[in-house]
Design a protein around this ligand. Structure first.
Ligand code: FES
Length: 138
């Protein structure tokens, strides 16, 4: 009965395909309906004691600065909002080497051509550790 066997095999493959397709669809729906990680993706974490009051810890590889200003932890993107160069800490401000934009430590534009402030990342301090998230601070 090669024909019956062939039909059975075809039927099995069809059912298997439907099952696999359904599993992928269910997984995709699950990922769509559930948030990734509470708080968003973590950019970095560092011991709180390493963040100097009134100063900044620079993480060049993460394009991020972590600062403590008036006792409050702040994390700032180091990506210039003009054309994306990396800004550098220059005293009490950030300066962009590409076209000269200058930003305050809170990210506000002091001097253009950039018109948009630096992005401020969400950061939380807990159990002696600062965690910086990829989402923006509110
Ligand atoms: S990229 Fe920073 S000022 Fe142009």
């Amino acid at each position: 009965m090669p024909l019956a066997e062939s039909v059975t095999r075809r039927g099995f493959i069809k059912k298997l395909s439907v099952f696999i397709g359904g599993a992928f669809a269910a997984f995709g729906l699950y990922r769509f309906l559930t948030p990734e990680v509470e708080g968003g993706d973590v950019i970095l974490s560092v011991e709180s004691a390493k963040v100097p009051e009134g100063g900044a810890l620079i993480f060049s590889d993460k394009q991020t600065a972590v600062m403590k200003l008036d006792g409050k932890i702040t994390a700032m993107s180091l990506t210039c909002t003009h054309l994306g160069c990396t800004v550098a800490l220059d005293g009490d401000r950030f300066a962009c080497p590409c076209h000269g934009s200058v930003f305050a430590l809170n990210g506000d534009v002091i001097k253009g051509p950039a018109v948009k402030r630096l992005a401020v990342f969400a950061a939380e301090e807990k159990d002696g550790k600062v965690t910086v998230y990829r989402r923006s601070a509110v």
